[in-house]
Write a protein that binds this ligand. Sequence first.
Ligand SMILES: Cc1cc2nc3c(=O)[nH]c(=O)nc-3n(C[C@H](O)[C@H](O)[C@H](O)COP(=O)(O)O)c2cc1C
Length: 153
Amino acid sequence: MDPKDFRNCMGRFATGVTVITSETGAATHGFTVNSFTSVSLDPMLVLVSVDRNTKALDVLDDNNFIVNVLQDNQQDTAMHFAGRTQDPEPFEWEQGELGKRIKGSLAHIECKPWAAYDGGDHVLYLGEVKNYVYNEGNPLLYYCGKFSEVAAT
Ligand SMILES: Cc1cc2nc3c(=O)[nH]c(=O)nc-3n(C[C@H](O)[C@H](O)[C@H](O)COP(=O)(O)O)c2cc1C
């Protein structure tokens, strides 16, 4: 089995798009993630799968993080936090309870570290939800390696 072809297969699973933000002391680190899922309601747990080659791997180690669920008008923000940094930044920060978060997102889920597990070339970080807020709007989607939007009904 070929890993690149497996990626194509997994691309058939449509997801939303998030940016995970964490405080590093010096600054706020953010990176784009679509491997985000809810795990448990009691306690409230969520999961993000982090590539071992990212800076985020060390940032998330035993650290609070905020899941910013992006709207369909935040594609530039998704690219900014996926290595295509833009100047000026295509978003504004706002203060959350556990750190800075991206203003205008569809939802914010603020987490304290719960556990980390080996996930092969990724690490699975579970966070315990300490605060959440959500708004009305349309999500940014990711499907077959491209951004997409929910079709109007
Ligand atoms: C739509 C999309 C989804 C992504 N999902 C993930 C993911 O789930 N996990 C991950 O580690 N990287 C993911 N990435 C890649 C990271 O966003 C990218 O490697 C980023 O530059 C890492 O930043 P850092 O090295 O500053 O932490 C995704 C990128 C895009 C565009």
